[in-house]
Design a protein around this ligand. Sequence first.
Ligand code: NAG
Ligand code: NAG
Ligand code: NAG
Length: 839
Amino acid sequence: MNISCNWCFISLLLSLFSIFSSLVNAQSFDYPTANLSTLWKNSPSAPHSVPFTDGSTVRAILLRGSFGPRYACGFYCNGNCDTNYLFAIFIVQTNSGSGITLPASGFPQVVWSANGHHPVRINATLELTFDGDLVLRDADGKIAWSTNTGGKSVVGLNLTETGNLVLFDNNNSTVWQSFDYPTDSLVPGQKLMLGRKLAASVSLTNWTKGLFSLSLTNEGLFSFVESNPRQVYVQNSLSFNVTETSYVRFMNGSLSLFLNSSEISDKPDHIFYSIPEASSAQYMRLRPDGHLNVYEWENGEWKVVADLLTGYLGDCNYPMVCGKYGICSNVFCRCPTSDGLATYFKQENDSQSTAGCSQITPISCEYSAHHSFIELKDVTYFTFNSDRENIDSEKCKQECLMNCSCKAAFFRYSDNSSYGDCYLPSEIFSMMNNDKSKTHYNSTAYLKIQNVSSPSPGGSGKKSRQDPKILGLSLGAAGLFVLVTGILVFFFWKKNFDDVEEDYLDQVPGLPRRFSYEELENVTEKFTRILGKGGFGTVFEGTLNDGTKVAVKLLEGLGQIKKSFLTEVEIIGSIQHVNLVGLIGFCAEKSHRLLVYEYMKNGSLDRWIFNNTILDWQQRKKIILHIAKGLTYLHEDCRQKIVHLDIKPQNILLDDSFNAKVSDFGLSKLIDRNEDEVMTTMRGTRGYMAPEWLNSIITEKVDVYSFGVVTLEILCGRKNLDRSLLEEDMHLLNLFKKKAEEGKLMDLVDKYNENMQLNGEEVVNTMKLAAWCLQSDFTKRPSMAMVVKVSEGVNEVEQNLDYNFFNPLPPRKLPEIGHQPEENSSSTVLLPSILSGPR
Ligand SMILES: *[C@@H]1O[C@H](CO)[C@@H](O)[C@H](O)[C@H]1NC(C)=O
Ligand SMILES: *[C@@H]1O[C@H](CO)[C@@H](O)[C@H](O)[C@H]1NC(C)=O
Ligand SMILES: *[C@@H]1O[C@H](CO)[C@@H](O)[C@H](O)[C@H]1NC(C)=O
């Protein structure tokens, strides 16, 4: 038997939990090797075929070890289990005796696969042939993949302790190994050789190559968007040269560079990223959205312990954070508009601002004489690669006009001159607002557009030329409204910008405790235990001297704001309510901005309602009521009304008795203050701005809407958007509308929880409350106080409801939406979005 001590601890834990299964380790099964002329069939009746509740199924062929999280290889499917199987290496939970277990969480994690580009069906076969070739054939006998090692004196197949699948010869030398062909993941000990790539997949269920890659080049470790030519989004440049035999290795504690693979050494030549030391199984994945995450098996589930590239990047710097042509500003996405008069871009998907934007009239090289630009001041790009240096912006634009594959000219001014550098990319991913306080340069983006007003065939020129004018007139009023509201909002905020000095704050009694940075370093053991990561920063676990556990939120990008930070801390600190996460203290020292919150044992709500059917109806009802009470307090009972702007399951935290508390309130405002362009943070630009968008930013009814979505998610036990479902069922709100019209709301009640089914009638009634909160006309939504009354049975739900919930979502933060490619069935295990708030 083969147990390395890495797993001893976790194995012990698991054995403790398996009291119900047979005697621990009674008949361990450990079959890590296979001989020539062996054939395995992808058949549902195969031994060690295990379905998981996340929709995946594994059919293990080789398994290393006997219990704990273990490497195995075999067939794997997720969602599409008739037609889409991988031959893969995955980490699974195993126990003794019965083989692979069915844990409530901790689903199989694929770390390597053979045939991502060519998934196979049921009855596909894997064969280690008599002459040593490992061949994967689809059900129709067609070869889907092979190692091409026939005739190379292979004598057997072995899955090693470290998760490497090896074909070896008589001398036990490696003829072929999976480690040489990494897919999107690395496991500890695995190397990424010079020139090899980690390539992200399109999504967690579509395994073909996606947009992003990571590779070691002669200049350093780079992350690319695979456009043509490719664009760099993270560069870890080196000041020295690498050699042919250099490689990057995922070690315990770091992702490091080794210059020369012929020297056997454990001492890296350079550390690219530090990683929290592994206390259990870890692996690293380049995700479909371009994040490079390290996952660790902790207390029965996979948690994100590091988001490596984000250390260098803000969320806006991820190339697809707002989709193609989307502009990321703070945490919102919008489409390019020129001066608000003419519209050249439309949102790809009305209900999803992160899906990007497209040109209403695509650029045509045939009509290149009619290309021109729209100018976006103070907009920049996630990367900048000077194609031309020291020219003026006119020249930069001209260069772009001359080359049809150029889609935009990004111009960066040199200090206080009209000259600067020019970047001419051929494909446009997400742009962002240029935060001059950070970048220290002025910039303008010129997006190439196709002018339709030219006398093109069909002669529609006249009409289209008029459009902008008409629009302009009708929009004058809206524009004025924007302006006036903008000024009002500005003054409203300005009023609160009282001159508060740091010292003054020190002396005010009743304020949260002030910590020094050093103290918090001690409290959090130098920021080692990450609890989660949210839009505002990372949350760490800590313990105060008196033994109280706390959650310490390290805010990012707020270093330069001081007065408003202190003002905000004063306000947040003064708010105390049993359904709001309490602020214990803060730190504002040099550029460090930290908030210390009470610790919430059960983490955030999303861990409990999606693919996790533990909470019964009484508990869910209580949680809904608690959220409503917390929000009522913020909206109505505080000295100053606070609109949360970001209600979502990740921001609802649960204590050990599943009492819910709202977290992260007051922060949206703080972040907004940091933005000069307050009013344009409205996302969902549909060519021009409707007045209710303004309102939806500044009234508390946006929270009511978000509350409605969260309530519905709690009742249905699924996400608002679930890509693992059929197109028609994917959007919960659409489905809700449909079922309401058919009078079949019972269908929506969480199917996986019997207790919810038993209480179906009451659940459906609460769905109607959610529908009320979701009214597209925000004036028709109830106040949160009314929601509390209805939840407590004092009032009734409004009868006359409109189930046409319109979709421009209320403000939700990007980090969550940005990860949507993975918002499918695999869910709770992998998403960093589950880790948003302080816990
Ligand atoms: C990683 O290193 C730490 C500290 O050296 C050690 O405690 C831990 O056991 C190591 N983890 C693994 C999986 O080897
Ligand atoms: C940016 O432009 C403004 C106004 O055009 C100018 O005052 C400022 O100095 C410029 N900043 C830099 C860094 O060039
Ligand atoms: C045109 O632009 C593309 C991408 O921007 C570039 O790769 C190509 O070399 C350019 N062609 C010429 C002739 O400059």
